[in-house]
Design a protein around this ligand. Structure first.
Ligand SMILES: [Zn+2]
Length: 111
């Protein structure tokens, strides 16, 4: 057992939380423009890394709010906890990942 630092409630026992899957999945702007393979990829295909993983969690037995967790899937160590509308913490990203994130953020602004 370990504790998770809810952005609103502070440190609480992990039994109060649920992990609901990968974070930063962006819904396509026009789902009808996708073919079946692209729609299937959006709905079902998720990364399954050994190491750093960005996950969406809910404080289901507390404030019921959603937030993101950067967690090591090997050691279970939580590297960062941040709100859903915040970008991935820069200190965890490689230079390539930081560049990709900047591209995604700028395209979101244009939408
Ligand atoms: Zn909470």
């Amino acid at each position: 057992m370990y504790e998770i630092d809810c952005p609103w409630c502070g440190l609480r026992d992990e039994s109060e939380f649920h992990c609901t899957g990968e974070a930063h999945i962006i819904r396509p702007e026009d789902p009808y423009a996708l073919d079946d393979a692209q729609w299937t990829d959006y709905l079902h295909h998720r990364s399954n890394p050994k190491g750093l993983h960005f996950e969406q969690w809910q404080h289901s037995s507390g404030c019921r709010k959603w937030f993101n967790v950067a967690r090591d899937t090997v050691t279970y160590e939580i590297k960062a906890v941040y709100k859903v509308d915040e970008p991935k913490p820069a200190f965890l990203l490689t230079d390539d990942q930081s560049a990709n994130q900047a591209t995604v953020e700028s395209s979101e602004v244009k939408a």
